[in-house]
Design a protein around this ligand. Sequence first.
Ligand SMILES: [Mg+2]
Length: 238
Amino acid sequence: MTVEAVIFDWGGTLTPWHDIDLVQQWSAYARVYAPDDAHLAQRLTEAELILWRRQQSSRGADGTGSLDHIFESVGVDITSTIHGEALAAYLEGWEPHTLADDQARPTMEALRERGIRIGILSNTMWPRWHHEAVFSRDGLAHLIDGAVYSSEIPHAKPHAEAFRAALDAVSATADIAVFVGDRPWDDVHGAQEVGMRAVLLPHSNLGDQAVDIDVEPDAVISELLELVAVVDRWRSAV
Ligand SMILES: [Mg+2]
């Protein structure tokens, strides 16, 4: 099998999984935007959860939307200066949870040495510029050939259109591409549905985000660097 591209999920795959209290995350925003509004963080959280549930129940036919959808649904003025400051505080509050896994860079470098193109497909409401800043901070940006963020497209994983967009971003077809993710439903099932091979990195505690589905990943790895041997094995198979 030829492997010409490897596309990674981001959260829980290139970053270690953390359990997150969304209200606490949104409190960083609310404290700046409206310090006297005791309920804004809760309303932002509920608005976010509505979008995530819609994405999940529609199997990605409805995308995730973007942060602006959340802000608009709770009446935030996204043109205001204070919104920009609050958004910066919110994203800064996420920083400890965005740090790349120590093995992300050596794994990507090993793939690059083999002439393999590297892509990202993330279900995310965050803007591209923030993801790119995170990848730059961690020394990964130069290793990424193409990235698709669901905040920019109408669909999300596990919908086939999301995977096709990611394949296009790295100029690959499904038969020569491998997907790596931490979610059996969104990542493994979705990738296999379009004809990609799918590798599961099952570290994440998905809790009530887990979808009850029986999937058979093409490979399971316990840490990112194991991916290199998996890809080598597939490339040497006739
Ligand atoms: Mg993930």
